[in-house]
Design a binder for this molecule. Structure first.
Ligand code: SAM
Length: 280
């Protein structure tokens, strides 16, 4: 039987081991939350990739729901614990690697195949959540379910043009439709983090193969660099395009010359990237 690391076991682990705060090592100690995440993420069986198994609490629930679990952990100290504790499962592959550096496309094609649907499920470390989510959204997977800190969740759930949106909203809503699944109290983790969390799922959109998607994301990053500045000021400086040309593009799109980045919708960003691409 695999051990579930509840409050007692995690406290014992923490007495002997120091956690790396920079790696977001807050362990989920609530069985109900693990069950709910595994149930939700496994609506299609098949393969799942987990990022950051830690002590393996969520991993063991995923192993009961999916045909195969490939779990990637950066901290080598967890590998022997995972190997020992999860050995009764013959469908878990533990990889000691950095999820930001590993070639996830290659991993998926090696362990999965066309016939098998692959999902992603993770309690993401805060420090890399933003970067990793963009990377995950580019993968050929059927569903992504992640637990992230509440503030980041609210930002991602806000489409471009909504009050809380930010630069990341553009790639997130370009690739997917994010949905809030449920909230998780900070008391479900040890050590207790400073903020609550949310489980968010990303239903992937059918993407037209737009050539200048990197340029689209660049425009959103530059526009939001100075939230209080007008879009034409930021873009003209950031892209080194004369202000007159940016104003011309905004006029052509019937957008106010003094528009701020949080007022641009995804389709505005797409139109702008098409037009401005011609000036480069
Ligand atoms: N899944 C476990 C749970 O729910 O209790 C642990 C989650 S904890 C929030 C994040 C985990 O991600 C830690 O185990 C940490 O070591 C790991 N991690 C941090 N950065 C990583 C990276 N770049 N690649 C892979 N794992 C990483």
């Amino acid at each position: 039987m695999a051990i579930f690391f509840g409050p007692k076991e995690v406290k014992k682990f923490l007495e002997i081991n120091k956690v790396h705060k920079s790696l977001g090592q807050n362990f989920l100690i609530d069985k109900n939350v693990c069950t709910k995440i595994a149930d939700f993420s496994s609506y299609e069986k098949g393969y799942v990739i987990e990022i950051g198994p830690g002590l393996g609490n969520l991993t063991q629930f995923l192993a009961k729901k999916f045909e195969k679990v490939i779990t990637i952990e950066i901290d080598f100290r967890f590998i022997p614990i995972l190997n020992k504790n999860l050995k009764k499962f013959n469908n878990i592959k533990i990889v000691n690697s950095d999820a930001l550096k590993i070639d996830l496309f290659d991993l998926i094609s090696k362990f999965s195949n066309q016939a098998k649907k692959t999902s992603i499920c993770a309690n993401l470390p805060y420090s890399i959540a933003t970067l990793l989510i963009i990377k995950l959204l580019e993968l050929p997977v059927s569903r992504i379910t992640v637990m992230i800190q509440k503030e980041l969740a609210f930002r991602l759930l806000s489409p471009p043009g909504a009050k809380l949106c930010g630069a990341i909203s553009v790639p997130v809503w370009f690739y997917s439709t994010p949905k809030l699944i449920f909230n998780v109290s900070r008391n479900c983790f040890l050590p207790i983090p400073n903020v609550d969390s949310c489980v968010v799922s990303f239903e992937l959109n059918k993407i037209e193969n737009i050539e200048n998607k990197e340029f689209l994301f660049k425009i959103s990053r530059i526009s939001f660099l100075h939230r209080r500045k007008t879009v034409f000021n930021s873009l003209s400086k950031g892209l080194n395009i004369p202000k007159s040309k940016i104003i011309c593009a905004l006029n052509y799109l019937n957008l106010d010359e003094n528009i701020r980045p949080e007022n641009l919708t995804l389709s505005n960003f797409l139109d702008l990237s098409h037009l401005l691409g011609n000036f480069l």
